[in-house]
Ligand binder design. Sequence first.
Ligand SMILES: [Zn+2]
Length: 255
Amino acid sequence: MKKNLKRIAIVAMVAVSFAACKKTQESATTEPQETVKNADKVLQYIKDLGFPESSIVDNGTMFIVEEDITFPKNMEIPVNKAFGTEQYYTGSIVNSTNKLNIRVFVDPSMTSMGSEINNAIAQWNAVPNSTLRFNIVTTAPYDILIKNEALQSPNGVVCGAGEFPANGKAGAVIRINRDAIAGNSFAQRARTICHELGHNISFRHTNWSAIGESNATNVPGVTGTDSRSLMNGGQCNSGATVLSQKDKDATAVLY
Ligand SMILES: [Zn+2]
């Protein structure tokens, strides 16, 4: 907790210094400066999505939120943000063209978990009444990169992290803490990957309210909490390993 407060203070201080930079170096056009300005906007975007300040960790080139959602500081902010008040999503989804073929590239650091990745992808691709499809590609161009990274948060080891879509494109990166989940069962390793894929197509944590988030957007017609949801957060090695009926219903509504 103490550590967390420290982090909040750091995020706040960084935010203040960004604001100060804005005032004193308005004419500067160097790339780092642009990144700094954009980081400011990203931080505001995260807050607009309703994530509590206490869940935002500044990790250098990106912010990590709720342990497993990453926001690159140079990300494109979605133009059409729909913020409102069960399966929940960000209000910004993969567009109708891109959803038909979301190309997934597996970094060499993650090929050892190819079977788990295939299992995760097959779950999303099998949702009835959804035309969303993930496809593995072995060369560029691709939409999502899955790579190994030894992620840490103030609360300890992070199993994986996804990124939300922006402006019609799926979130660009999924980081999996390969060594951290290596000892889990096959089903739980696949779950972590399946869960992060869910973030990259806009799903938030179904149990967002219970874990302190606010302002998530309801998927129309799919309401209420769902203990069986694979998109419940904070459940590495303990959560659902298959998409629940409501997860599927929500996917069918969005895609
Ligand atoms: Zn998550």
